[in-house]
Each structure stands twice: as C-alpha cells, then as structure tokens.
Design a protein around this ligand. Structure first.
Ligand code: NAI
Ligand code: 15L
Length: 264
C-alpha cells in the first residue's frame, strides 16, 4: 500500500469511477481537478487546481508517493486548451515530481496516439505514433516527456493507451477498443505496484475477440484482462450499418480521425 496517492482528473468520468476503487491502494488518496469535487472521505484529501498553474502543481505533488494522472482535455478539439492542460500540464507534473521526489506516475494516454493505424493492423508499443488530432498529439507528447523524465531522472511511468473505458461498449468499434472499469482498475494496480516498470507503454483494452494491440512489451506488468465485449456483440452488430467510408470502422481512432480543423 502507498502512503499518499494523487489522482488527477478526479471529477471526470473515469476519476469518479476510480475514486472508490483506488481507496485500497493507498492510506491517503489526494484528489484533484479543475472542477469541483465531492467532499473528501476520511481517507481522502481534496486539492483543486489547474494543471496549467505551475505553483499549484508543485503544492499538489508535494508529499505524494505516486500519481494516477487522468486530468486533462479528454477529447479532440481546439489546440489552446489542449496545450494548457495536456502539454504544459504534463511538464508541470513531471517537474513537480522531480522536485518533490515522486517516483512513479501512471499516465492516462490514449489509443488516439495511434489513431491513424487501420483496424486491420495489429501494432505494438514500438510502432511509430500516428496521432489522429490535437488530442492524440498531446498524448504522444505525454508519452515522450515521461520517457525523458525516466531516462534523465529515473521517474518511472506506465503510459496506458486507454481504448474506450466505458461502463459497456457503445458502438461496433468499441467491440475491439473497450476496456472495462474492472480491467482498468487492475491495470492501474499492476502499474503502481510492479517493481521496475521503467518506462512502459501498454494498450488498455479488455480481452476482446478482435485485438488491434499486442502488449508483449508490457508483459512484465503481469496484467491479464478478464472481461470482453461478447455479451454486447449481437446487439451492436444489429445496429444500422454505417457507410463503407465511415472512419468509425476504418481507423483505430474511429471518428476522431475526421474531426477538425478548429478555427482559433
Ligand atoms: P473526463 O473529461 O471526464 O475527465 C477529465 C478531467 O480532467 C475532467 O474532470 C476535467 O475537469 C479535468 N481537467 C481538464 N482540464 C483540466 C485542467 N486544465 N486542470 C485540471 N483538470 C483539468 O475524461 P475521462 O473519460 O474521465 O478520461 C480520463 C483520462 O483518461 C483523460 O486524460 C483521457 O484523455 C484519458 N482517456 C480516457 C479514455 C476513455 O475511454 N474514457 C480513453 C483514452 C484516454
Ligand atoms: C479517448 O481518448 C477519449 O478520452 C474517450 O472519450 C473516448 O472517446 C475514447 O478515447 C475512444 O477512443 O473511444
């Protein structure tokens, strides 16, 4: 068990789902977001701040052993807010970790780092990034800055390229990309407690029938997903057919690949 674990993005969809699930992993769970959070329980602390605020980020990280970093813009869109939260915010997080001696970060990266690979391809962590927008580029930056802080300062990171973490799969693409909350929780546990993870990239999908991602380079995490999308297959395949050129069923990143440009 950790002494104090930081959870950023705690007001978001995954943050709210993970808040009770992370309780068993640390004596104190420090919760943060730019949005308001529910009042802390006895084992929790709340410290809200903007990831773009350097001083606040240093205060946030001080005293934490590790972080699960979910905070940031989570969808495709205009560059300025993504720059602040996902790029400047990552710099602030890693600088604060360096200054305050935090040794491990679990980073919520995204399948959109590799969104322009086709669904007919199977890739592993050594495949060059092919981001599908401003958001995917920012997550690729997150993977790179975490690599630098491991090589230079020894701060370990597991980058989880989350597929589609939802209570259940919502469309045909998610038959392959879905990650259950239980499998995500276990992947985070493995990422926090496996010794010597160095800098690891792992793709976060449940044990679905169709696989786009080979995680042989993350085998040391010892993570074995348990859930799969078969219970939803018949219902989702019965949905009205999409056009043959719909990116939903062409690219791993689905419709993110067709968004933008965004006038500024
Ligand atoms: P979300 O959008 O519900 O949560 C993100 C949280 O970050 C929000 O509560 C938001 O207020 C906070 N945030 C945004 N800008 C901020 C800033 N400048 N300073 C501080 N906090 C800020 O997203 P969700 O679905 O909970 O995802 C969590 C993380 O996982 C995100 O980083 C997302 O990119 C990543 N992810 C999620 C996937 C999914 O299927 N849910 C798939 C791939 C990646
Ligand atoms: C993501 O990175 C997003 O944060 C999430 O909202 C989903 O759209 C997910 O990817 C996905 O690709 O399904």
């Amino acid at each position: 068990m950790l002494d104090r674990l930081l959870l950023t993005g705690a007001a978001g969809a995954l943050g709210r789902a993970l808040r009770p699930r992370l309780a068993a992993m640390a004596r104190t769970l420090r919760l943060s977001d730019i949005a308001a959070l529910d009042a802390p329980a006895a084992h929790e602390e709340v410290m809200c701040c903007d990831l773009g605020d350097r001083d606040a980020m240093e205060r946030l990280v001080a005293g934490c052993d590790a972080a699960v970093h979910l905070g940031g813009i989570s969808v495709e869109g205009p560059f300025p807010p993504i720059l602040n939260a996902n790029i400047v915010g990552m710099h602030h997080l890693y600088e604060a970790a360096r200054i305050h001696g935090m040794r491990r970060i679990v980073f919520a990266s995204s399948n959109h780092v590799v969104g322009f690979y086709r669904q007919s391809e199977v890739i592993d962590a050594t495949a060059p990034p092919r981001p599908d927008g401003n958001y995917g580029v920012s997550k690729a930056f997150g993977e790179l800055i975490s690599r630098f802080y491991f090589d230079r300062y020894g701060i370990e990171t597991v980058c989880i390229r989350i597929g589609s973490a939802q209570p259940h799969p919502l469309d045909r693409r998610m038959l392959a990309s879905w990650l259950s909350y239980d499998d995500l929780t276990e992947l985070i546990r493995c990422s926090l407690f496996t010794p010597n993870v160095g800098h690891t990239i792992v793709h976060g999908a449940s044990a679905n029938r169709d696989r786009w991602w080979n995680d042989r380079h993350a085998a040391h995490l010892g993570w074995t997903p348990k859930d799969n999308t078969e219970p939803w297959r018949a219902q989702l395949e019965a949905a009205p057919a999409v056009a043959a050129d719909d990116p939903l069923l062409i690219y791993q990143g689905g419709r993110f690949t067709a968004q933008g440009p965004f006038p500024e």
